[in-house]
Design a protein around this ligand. Structure first.
Ligand code: ATP
Length: 505
């Protein structure tokens, strides 16, 4: 695996996986652009998720809701009031930080002084942040007195009282920038699912339990985007809202934790690098009955890849009309605007109730980063040279096969290779690349580095011009394996089956 983010960032830029957003104008912080290889890898990951969670199941429907979101959706969801991170400024450097992130980076003795000053039991960072946000004036003073360091300067700072910062991006819909035209870019895809619950239910006549799956962009104005594509302001999520009967929620919650853990391993992440973390009660979001985070050992640390939450009837309960009649258990805002009853009629008893929901919510970009980190391998070759190879699962690799003509100045060879490329492309296994840049050694190295599992070379033997004067090897090609670097010779007619077997899901 990669040891540092830097070596991944370098590879991603060099080979065309991921670039800084708006780079030519100095970059727009917290945005990244996926290049020719990145877009393939990301699409492959999303397709694998969709295949597993929608196509291979009989209890799931898909959805693609809009990014622009009515203000009231994010009012009743609770985002307007609570989707905020604690933020603090250093008056000396004018740098701004997310409070919990800043505290995590402090030396032990600094933190100790802060715990003491805020009268919080040592070791519970979550409680410390909460205490600080309840007494911001005191907290700002305590941070300065405790000598909280500014990571930018490495020096103690002069800290402002911390305050909450709402992370939602606002925009105006229509030509007039007025309050009434205010809308949000969605901060999560989930709300699009909740507000379409009845539409999907009516259109599909589903019975509980069933789920709705969605992949799409989400936007958060993170105070300090960092760690490459780990924490960004525009990202993608793969979310499922799985609706169940109250009482069956704990079973389904456990089920989805197992299911998701299994899937990430199938994608190539090793079990040792995946850590399920059960959030203790004091860390739980106000709407959650239980949350298990799947943490991954990223090069920069052990951090959240996916969260799987039991959200009870909070979401549908927040957005439904007739709240009182439905006996919602969660604490929700009184909804005076909703026009739909987001509930389920028990086919046996005829009684209406609001289903509970289990939400597995994964980040696509964090998934891509984890796959890259896990696959990144430095190997010493027998001749003492080093090679970098990206040991991605072949099904996820951006390029499945590189078809390489041994020489570029022999039309019989290059034309043969182009025809072969077209034939393999038609198999529908993903991107097949006709590769005629550089010499063959360089082509192999490049494809090792971007994770291409197979390199197929067309040579003189292929076109029936073997050195020994025979045509025995006509229509055969060499196939080089990325991981073992071994080459075998196959007839082109066998090649199809060979690749199909190794690249199908
Ligand atoms: P964090 O605590 O790291 O900020 P979160 O708990 O706020 O994350 P959720 O709201 O649970 O994240 O979002 C679900 C998933 O969406 C996360 O597990 C993560 O994979 C992804 N995600 C959330 N915020 C970001 C971001 N700023 N950049 C990239 N991915 C993100």
């Amino acid at each position: 695996p990669a040891e540092t983010l830097d070596e991944l960032v370098a590879l991603c830029k060099r080979r065309g996986f991921i670039f800084q957003g708006s780079e030519i104008y100095g970059g727009l912080q917290g945005t990244y652009d996926y290049g020719p290889l990145g877009v393939e890898l990301k699409n492959n990951l999303k397709q694998a998720w969709w295949r597993r969670n929608v196509y291979e199941r009989d209890d799931m429907e898909g959805l693609d809701a809009s990014v622009l979101t009515h203000r009231l959706v994010l009012h009743y969801s609770g985002h307007e009031a609570t989707f905020a991170d604690p933020m603090v400024d250093n008056r000396l450097t004018k740098k701004r930080y997310r409070l919990d992130h800043l505290l995590k980076e402090q030396p032990e003795e600094v933190l100790k002084r802060l715990y003491r000053a805020m009268e919080v039991e040592e070791g519970n960072l979550h409680a410390l942040v909460q205490a600080m946000m309840q007494a911001p004036e005191r907290a700002g003073g305590a941070m300065t007195a405790a000598g909280v360091l500014d990571p930018a300067s490495g020096e103690p700072g002069d800290w402002t009282p911390p305050r909450y910062f709402n992370m939602m991006f606002k925009t105006y819909v229509g030509p007039v920038e007025e309050e009434a035209a205010l809308a949000y870019l969605r901060p999560e895809t989930a709300q699009g699912i909740f507000i379409n619950f009845k539409n999907v239910l009516d259109a599909t006549s589903r019975k509980l339990p069933f789920g709705i799956a969605q992949i799409g962009k989400a936007f958060r104005n993170e105070i300090t985007p960092r760690n490459f594509i780990f924490r960004v302001r525009e990202f993608e999520q793969m979310e499922i809202e799985y609706f169940v009967r109250p009482g069956e929620d704990e079973h389904w919650h456990r089920y989805w934790v197992e299911e998701r853990l299994k899937w990430w391993q199938e994608m190539g992440l090793s079990r040792e690098n995946l850590v399920p973390y059960q959030q203790p009660p004091e860390e739980l979001a106000h709407y959650a009955k239980a949350t298990v985070d799947l943490l991954y050992r990223f090069p920069h640390g052990l951090e959240e890849l996916e969260g799987i939450a039991n959200r009870t009837d909070f979401d549908l309960g927040s957005h439904t009309k007739d709240q009182e009649a439905l006996g919602i258990t969660a604490k929700v805002l009184k909804n005076e605007h909703s026009t739909q009853r987001l509930a389920y009629r028990d086919p046996e008893t005829g009684k209406w109730f609001v289903p509970y929901v289990i939400e597995p919510s994964a980040g696509v970009d964090r998934g891509v980063l984890a796959l890259l980190a896990e696959a990144f391998t430095r190997e010493e070759l027998p001749n003492g040279e080093e090679r970098i190879v990206l040991k991605l699962k072949p099904q996820l690799a951006p390029i499945k096969v590189a078809v390489i003509p041994l020489v570029k100045n022999r039309p019989e060879i290059t034309e043969y290779a182009k025809r072969l490329k077209a034939r393999l492309q038609a198999l529908g296994l993903g991107r097949i690349l006709y590769e005629d840049t550089g010499n063959i050694g360089k082509a192999y190295r490049r494809h090792d580095e971007v994770g291409t599992p197979f390199a197929v070379t067309v040579d003189y033997d292929t076109i029936g011009q073997s050195k020994d004067g025979t045509t025995k090897l006509k229509d055969t090609v060499t196939v080089r394996d990325r991981d073992t670097m071994e080459q075998i010779r196959l007839h082109v007619d066998e090649l199809e089956g060979f690749l199909r077997e190794r690249l199908r899901w």
